[in-house]
Design a protein around this ligand. Structure first.
Ligand code: CTP
Length: 404
């Protein structure tokens, strides 16, 4: 997402885990403060946490439904811990009870919050809250130490009056302190593409035949959107030139909607003039009907032929004018994959090309995973089966290398 130095939480996706502690009431204020800083907050609660603060309160404050169970009891919908983990820029468990800390350390996965923790690839922070003796107990201290060693950020509890009436360390840090720690975390996060502007093309083009019919392809746009999101996360300004998709615009990305190959050509060439590079992920039609009928074509008994003409090649045009700018292409091949991709690399003047083989299981158009090979003029790097977001990360890393 686009950075804003004075508001490091702006547009950040925060997964707020709430466990069963009396300090859960502070989660309401915490959620409000995070929203005020511009963050998107998705709350995941344990069943016990619901006894301390109501889902209604948290849903109202976060403006999103609260997740507790693996399945929504109302409609049976599956709450995917994997997609939650992917959505989040940071998972914050506040309050974190001794019980949850112990389960996290042991890898126990008996509620949605814990499975989400186990599958989260984002940074995780915990704000412990418990009685002083529980906090001081060697098991809790051992668990905190172990979590810290594995990169979990510990937001130290404060000392003072505890719910039990005792005085000591174990009180959850105050919401404003927690927010400060999150802000510091994001402000420090290195933004390697700050100041750079990238154009990303994504999705299919739609070539009308008549007012109701068209020629298109199976592209979902997922790969291009993942790239746009990743580049934005790394601080770049991103213009996403998108064909028709069902996907939400990633945070901080400027989206230009287009329909046809010709519209995509114009929007992309214009945006590239001011950009530092482009990633050509769209599945652009190579042919379009020579003429678009103004009225709906009526059928007859005879077969029908529709004359097609070539579209303009956007990538080739950018390759011709790019100079020092970075240009990344995609190739989707079913045979002689590497040879065909290398040919496109040279022909379109790409810095590197991402080869998708339709022969590989888990690769291609509509799924959430992809198996690709990154090819430049001197090397080929075959990547394992990865999520599209992970593939996007690898592509972004290669762009960073080229820039530096
Ligand atoms: N591309 C483009 N504009 C077009 C056609 C393709 O920008 N009019 C881009 C794609 O986004 C992709 C690369 O060029 O980055 C793919 O090259 P292309 O030759 O179109 O691949 P295929 O369509 O798979 O080619 P072929 O049909 O020749 O295999």
């Amino acid at each position: 997402m686009a950075t804003n130095a004075s508001r490091p939480l702006e547009g950040r996706h925060i997964l707020l885990g709430i466990t069963g502690s009396i300090a859960a009431y502070k989660a309401a204020m915490l959620c409000r403060l995070l929203k005020r800083e511009g963050a998107e907050v998705q709350v995941v609660m344990t069943a016990l946490a619901k006894q301390f603060i109501t889902p209604l309160t948290m849903a109202t404050l976060s403006r999103r439904p609260i997740l507790v169970e693996f399945f929504d009891p109302e409609n049976g919908q599956w709450n995917s811990h994997v997609s939650l983990g992917e959505w989040a820029d940071l998972m914050l468990i506040a309050p974190a009870t001794a019980n949850t800390l112990a389960k996290m350390t042991a890898g126990v996965a008996d509620n949605l919050l814990l499975t989400t923790y186990l599958s989260a690839r984002c940074p995780v922070m915990v704000a412990p809250a418990m009685d002083l003796d529980m906090y001081a107990h060697y098991t809790t201290q051992r668990n905190l130490k172990e979590l810290k060693e594995h990169g979990v950020g510990i937001i130290e509890p404060g000392s003072g009056e505890l719910a039990s009436g005792l005085e000591g360390k174990g009180r959850m840090a105050e919401p404003d302190e927690i927010v400060e720690q999150l802000k510091a975390h994001f402000a420090e996060k290195k933004k390697p593409l700050t100041g750079k502007h990238f154009v990303v093309t994504a999705g299919p083009t739609i070539e009308p035949i008549d007012p109701v019919r068209f020629i298109s392809n199976h592209s979902s746009g997922k790969m291009g959107y993942a790239i746009a999101e990743t580049l934005a996360d790394k601080g770049a300004r991103v213009t996403l030139v998108s064909g028709r998709t069902a996907l939400p615009t990633p945070a901080g990305v400027e989206r230009v909607d287009v329909l046809t190959a010709e519209e995509m050509y114009r929007a992309t060439v214009a945006a590239f003039e001011e950009a530092d590079g482009a990633v050509m992920c769209a599945a652009v039609a190579d042919y379009t009907p020579a003429e678009v009928a103004t009225e709906k074509l009526k059928k007859s008994d005879a077969d029908l032929q529709i004359p097609l003409k070539r579209t303009r090649d956007i990538a080739a045009e950018l390759g011709r004018t790019k100079g020092q700018k970075i240009l990344v292409g995609f190739a989707m091949e079913t045979q002689n994959e590497a040879a065909n991709a290398t040919q496109k690399l040279t022909k379109k003047n790409f810095d590197f090309i991402v080869l998708n083989s339709l022969r590989e299981a888990g690769a291609g158009f509509r799924g959430d995973t992809n198996r690709v090979t990154l090819i430049d003029s001197t090397s080929q790097e075959e990547l394992p089966l990865l999520t599209k977001r992970e593939v996007a990360e690898r592509i972004a890393q290669k762009i960073e290398q080229l820039l530096h």
